[in-house]
Ligand binder design. Structure first.
Ligand code: ADP
Length: 487
């Protein structure tokens, strides 16, 4: 295990507090989960999944291809026709409830595996990812027999087989966001997790077995982008749900054009986080930290563009620097760690490229001085000042712990800048004045806007974007809509 450096300033330090990883045993190899059983890929090919904090291989997983996708879609179709669509909503709800309970029972194991496979701090996987994944299943378990109340006056039926593709930033939570509403509404699923973080989705497949979920209702195909493309291109899907980059989202939309397969897309973001001079600055600074440094900034709704009212810029930046210096970067399994490892070498390279681009564009880079482990992929919390609206670091999604700070004088200027982006996923505002909150929340074109807080998630609350951030909502009553047929 990497030893975390936990020195804060010169006088304070934390003794390492690593979470143990000896209370469960991962397998060396995992198959695909098709028709209720683990099976190898038809090609026999496998991919390695590594721990980004120490670059060691954790396990090998099957590299699924077209033949495997075809088998999984067939299994999902059979389960849909013969079992799942015919089952009462009440009975389906019981399975979701069982899955939620088992996620809770295996929470510690799931949290540790999530941190090992993806690099996120154990505090976040333990307190955010896993409890929210369970909450998502509990919430949707309740909808199972109440769908007619969600859509009054309509007759509600499922759509069929859903192909779902998820990213690596919240691996198990994204499984829950995708699978829970699909199953609650009576659909069956073939899911592809991201290539760098397949392990908790594989453990989720075991949980489905443990819960006695009828075979074929949930199927998992591990693999990389080409496996995802094979899934999207399979003609047997009734619905595709994708969370990931805008680039891949656009490609998926093109390949589905004219096929009549329903599609929802949750893509990138470049959220404006607006701090007015009347805000409680100390709390706002905590909000900024949470907004951009939570989960290494691997968050599509991250507050990656800070807009500070000019009169408080100096105070905000000074306090932000002081607070950032207290952030501990290091071993994701250490309970003291605030910022874990960057998810993959590719993402690490990408963020470092953006740091270079920012400096070349003329912006001023600030990075904290903390030490980082020698092995693994690390980026110190960073921000840029002296940025222009046209800079790439202001316009493009970096998906790392890198903030761009701009100033504004009036509310209208703040809104103008906030909306000057191709994205529209989220936003945030800090102010003492309710009237300003309403003006900002109405004035920013984004799916989610937080006021005097940031990055709060709840299964009852719909999440999704506008513009190049995609369409469709996940969570809440709105999140059921993409998975039902209404007549
Ligand atoms: P990121 O840039 O965050 O890695 P991607 O959009 O590349 O996001 O990845 C999100 C998910 O989409 C992953 O599961 C990945 O394997 C999958 N994916 C990548 N390329 C394609 C594609 N052409 N078709 C379908 N899925 C893809």
């Amino acid at each position: 295990m990497t030893k975390t450096s936990t020195t804060i300033g010169s006088d304070w330090g934390y003794a390492p507090a690593p979470e143990s990883a000896d209370h469960f045993k991962l397998k060396d190899q995992y198959g695909l989960f098709i028709g209720g059983k683990f099976v190898p890929a038809a090609s026999g090919k496998r991919l390695k999944t590594i721990n980004p904090a120490n670059e060691k291989v954790i396990a090998e997983v099957a590299d699924g291809g077209e033949k495997d996708v075809a088998k999984a879609v067939q299994a999902a179709r059979t389960a849909y026709d013969k079992v799942w669509r015919k089952m009462s909503g009440r009975e389906r709800g019981k399975y979701l409830y069982r899955i939620a309970r088992i996620i809770q029972e295996r929470a510690r194991e799931l949290a540790v595996v999530e941190s090992m496979d993806g690099g996120k701090p154990i505090r976040e996987s333990r307190d955010v990812d896993i409890p929210l994944a369970a909450a998502h299943f509990f919430y949707h378990a309740g909808w199972g027999d109440k769908l007619r109340y969600a859509f009054p006056g309509k007759s509600v039926s499922p759509i069929g087989v859903a192909g779902q593709i998820i990213p690596w930033n919240f691996p198990l939570l994204m499984v829950a966001w995708k699978v829970a509403p699909a199953l609650a509404c009576g659909n069956t699923v073939v899911l592809k997790p991201a290539e760098t973080t397949p392990l908790t989705a594989l453990l989720f497949s075991e949980i489905c077995q443990e819960a006695g979920l009828p075979e074929g209702v949930f199927n998992l195909i591990t693999g990389a982008g080409s496996t995802g493309a094979a899934l999207v291109n399979h003609p047997g899907l009734d619905k595709v749900a994708f969370t990931g980059s805008t680039e891949v989202g656009k490609a998926i939309q093109k390949s589905l054009a004219g096929r009549g397969t329903r599609l929802t897309l949750e893509l990138g973001g470049k959220a404006a986080h607006i701090i007015f001079e009347d805000a409680t600055i100390d709390q706002a600074v905590e909000g900024i930290i949470n907004g951009i440094y939570f989960n290494q900034g691997h968050v599509c709704c991250a507050g990656s563009r800070l807009l500070v009212q000019e009169s408080v810029e100096e105070e905000v930046v000074t306090k932000l620097k002081a607070r950032m210096e207290s952030l501990i970067v290091g071993d994701p399994l250490d309970k003291n760690t605030d910022i874990g490892a960057i998810n993959s070498k590719a993402q690490w390279d990408r963020i470092r490229d953006y740091l270079k681009i920012g400096e070349e564009e003329g912006a001023e880079l600030f990075q904290t001085k903390c030490s980082v482990p020698e092995k693994g992929y690390w980026i110190r919390p960073s921000f840029f000042t002296r940025v222009a609206q046209s800079h790439r670091i202001v316009q493009e999604e970096i998906f790392g712990p890198v903030l761009a700070i701009q100033t504004f004088r009036t509310l209208n200027e703040a809104l103008e800048k906030a909306n000057n982006t191709p994205y529209g996923l989220s936003g945030g505002v800090w102010t003492d004045k309710g009237a300003k909150i309403f003006k900002v929340t109405r004035g920013i074109r984004a799916g989610v806007i937080w006021a005097n807080t940031f990055n709060k998630f709840d299964p009852t609350s719909p999440f999704g974007g506008y513009k190049e951030s995609g369409y469709g909502r996940e969570g809440g009553r709105h999140g059921l809509r993409p998975y039902v047929e209404l007549s």
